[in-house]
Design a protein around this ligand. Structure first.
Ligand code: FAD
Length: 405
């Protein structure tokens, strides 16, 4: 293999380029990204960056000049538009064709647009890129009225920052509780209480119907007739994997581009990683999942780099994720879907507790709030396929470290 092209210069693409070079790949590496910036981290967008505590430079995975120093061709503001699998070529906007021996699709995901009249009004924002957040930030002034549509992690993080900046915040969620897709009712209830205490208003089970306004948004009308005045509306209603190129060139796609455990698609010369791809979960036998996390993007990069370099298979970490809201640091390991029982260590009133999720007797996930040792301990257990009975984990008289030793 002499030429590797990576499409998508985000977390997964950037990491892959770096790992290939660091791992000793001496051939051409071309990283194609349509955003103006070099690869950067998105998590701070709804946290420190939105608050104005972090500059764009600090978001970058690595300084922009390092790509040239390591002889990685980084092409920004350029979209790859066509893949010719039989001739192993990628066409970019403008018509130039670039040959590859191996191709990595790291195209990420696109934020879902509100399917409503008024979604294009000024003052309505999606939340995916640094550019999106730069535009929102100008409006983040004390007293402004913000409506967040969607109470997932990004929506709640934005609500937390907004309250800290003095905005009036209403969160509209179609489900009857926040975080419905990502955590248990108990943990969701804890976050609902915290936000309510911080002054966030929730409309649960609310169905937005129309965004009101002439040029600029002035409010959100719900199907039940309720109208919420707004200066800013932020949609946090999830993403869809960017599978356009994979579909165009005939790769198998379901919810994401399907790959094997080496992140390889049905075409042995093409890999797919990060938010755009779905693959077998090594710690959850029989499960194929498309995860949206830094962990998943980085693991994908490591798996692909090892495979392309002919190195020993990368040993994957158990899935992990985090969310920061106010002074609460939520750390998650494992995948909670399909859990049957939850055990708590610590109490929510202390604002430091862990929820351990079990399927049968097997520990499958943890949500740890301000409890780093519990997070680390549970992650280690999940990774090594071990479980401790709920009663053992619930017993706070013994430190977590001792329990998992
Ligand atoms: P991306 O980072 O989205 O990169 C894909 C890139 O490919 C994009 O720049 C896109 O423009 C480009 N692209 C797509 N198609 C083409 C094309 N045809 N040609 C050229 N370029 C193309 N994860 C966590 O683990 N913890 C968090 O706390 C957390 N918080 C988040 C907060 C926000 C606001 C957001 C948006 C995400 C957050 N995530 C978090 C998720 C995490 O950032 C993503 O899972 C991760 O960025 C996925 O990396 P990726 O490389 O697959 O996709």
């Amino acid at each position: 293999i002499k030429r590797i092209i990576i499409i998508g210069a985000g977390q997964a693409g950037g990491e892959t380029a770096q790992r290939l070079r660091q791992g000793g790949f001496a051939g051409d590496i071309t990283l194609i990204g349509e955003e103006p910036a070099a690869p950067y981290q998105r998590p701070p967008l709804s946290k420190a960056y939105l608050k104005g505590e972090l500059s764009m430079d600090r978001l970058l995975l690595r300084p922009a000049e390092m790509y040239a120093e390591e002889n990685i061709t980084l092409l920004t503001k350029l979209r790859a538009v066509w893949i010719d699998r039989s001739n192993k070529k990628v066409r970019v906007e403008g018509g130039r064709e670039l040959p590859y021996d191996a191709l990595v699709l790291a195209t990420g995901a696109k934020p879902r647009k509100l399917p409503l009249v008024g979604a294009d009004l000024e003052g309505v924002f999606l939340f995916r890129t640094a550019g999106d957040v730069d535009r929102v930030r100008e409006r983040f002034v004390s007293g402004a009225r913000l409506v967040v549509i969607g109470a997932g992690y990004i929506g709640l993080e934005v609500a937390a920052v907004a309250r800290q900046c003095g905005l009036e915040v209403t969160v509209v969620e179609t489900a009857v509780r926040p975080l419905a897709r990502v955590t248990s009712p108990e943990v969701a209830g804890f976050f609902l209480d915290e936000h309510t205490r911080q002054g966030v208003r929730f409309v649960l089970g609310g169905q937005p119907a129309v965004l009101k306004g002439q040029d600029r948004v002035t409010g959100v009308a719900l199907t039940d007739g309720m109208e919420i005045p707004a200066d800013i509306v932020i949609a946090g209603i999830g993403v869809t994997p960017d599978i356009a190129l994979a579909e165009q060139c005939g790769l198998t796609v379901a919810n994401g581009i399907l790959t094997d455990r080496h992140c390889r698609t049905a075409d042995p010369a093409i890999y797919a990683i990060g938010d755009c791809a779905a693959r077998p979960m090594v710690h959850f036998e029989g499960r194929i999942a498309r995860l949206e996390s830094v962990h998943n993007a980085v693991e994908g990069a490591k798996v692909v780099a090892a495979h392309l370099l002919g190195a020993k298979d990368h040993t994957e970490e158990a899935p992990w994720f985090w969310s920061d809201q106010y002074d609460l640091k939520l750390q998650i390991a494992g995948l909670f879907h399909g859990y049957e029982h939850v055990a708590f260590r610590g109490v929510m009133a202390d604002r430091a507790f862990a929820a351990f999720y079990y399927k049968g007797e097997r520990l499958i996930a943890v949500d740890a709030v301000n409890k780093p040792a519990e997070y680390l301990g549970a992650k280690m257990l999940i990774q090594t396929g071990r479980s401790l009975p709920p009663a053992v984990l619930e017993d706070t008289s013994r430190p977590m470290k001792e329990l998992v030793a």
